[in-house]
Write a protein that binds this ligand. Sequence first.
Ligand SMILES: *Cc1c(COP(=O)(O)O)cnc(C)c1O
Length: 356
Amino acid sequence: MQQPLSAVPDPAVEPVYLSSYYRTQGDPAAGAYHYLRGGNPNWTALETELGKLEQARSLVFASGMAAVHATLLALTPDRPRVILFDVGYYESRRLAQRMQHVDAVVLAAGDYDTVERAAAERPSVVWLESPTNPLLQVVDIQRMSEIAKKNGGVVAVDNTTATPILQQPLDLGAAVSVYSLTKSMSGHSDLLLGSIATRDDDLFQRIQDWRTSGGAIAGPFETWLALRGLKTVRLRVERQSENAAAIARFLAGHPAVTAVHYPGLDPDPVLDRQMPRGAGPLLSFEVRDIAAADAVIAGARLINPGTSFGGVETSWERRSRWPTETALGPLIRLSAGIEPVEEILEDLERALSLAE
Ligand SMILES: *Cc1c(COP(=O)(O)O)cnc(C)c1O
């Protein structure tokens, strides 16, 4: 005899909830869903998983920049100075500099004494990234946190490059971690999203308020895709790190390559403490000149030419094609994917033969 179908389906995977509002059942203030801009089950599912990665509370946003924006707005009323670094993500620097109520200063990455002087003048938000992009310098997050806190300041870490799989900024004294989920966290180069993680309930509330009133919210479908990507983040990031390290070693021994930037190529105690499981997917290297760099990029068959990073496919670009880039002309930034490393090295060998 045919079994009756269950009246309440119970899918193993969270469905996509395409509904702009919810039939009212309960008090919105008590956490019930009511209107999509305030919350929905797809955000909750993703934020729960993101929060577990840092033993923190998480919020998702429409993009990495939307998360940066809300975080800067939430942090700056009581700390008017924002200290940023010359090698960080350009758009975050530009955003802070355009905010009328913010006193943005841009310093050289790794210059702890200058940061200490700037943070002593006014309570500050130190906005940092480590490893830096595209030169992959390692910044000591714990030391920066101690410097910022002396005068009522805080450190916010854009942890996009490292991911929480490899680096836990909140354990190192940061008040908040910020992510572009567009990169390694979602990992498949098919969406734009951002997030934050913090253990400070008051800061969480203020960032959430800015999300609700600013309205830069994630769509349920992108959120669902990001959650699917997140299920493999550990595998992907570990493989990307192994591949990046192997590629960096290969490039360091290649006659057409004049410099390689990858953390851990030389011993670094800060890196060992801060990122004990690997240094992430990004590396950069230099060849003779711009023409050689362009010939190398055009000569690859496997490696995708293009910006962005953190995807499952290896990609690269000459950074100086962007007018805002401060890195040297012939510098190529490479994002290691998860392909078999022999295939990547074979493609590199072929492409680099065009630079000689
Ligand atoms: C890409 C990126 C951002 C911006 O993220 P979007 O998702 O593109 O808005 C911010 N910080 C870093 C380090 C990034 O790589």
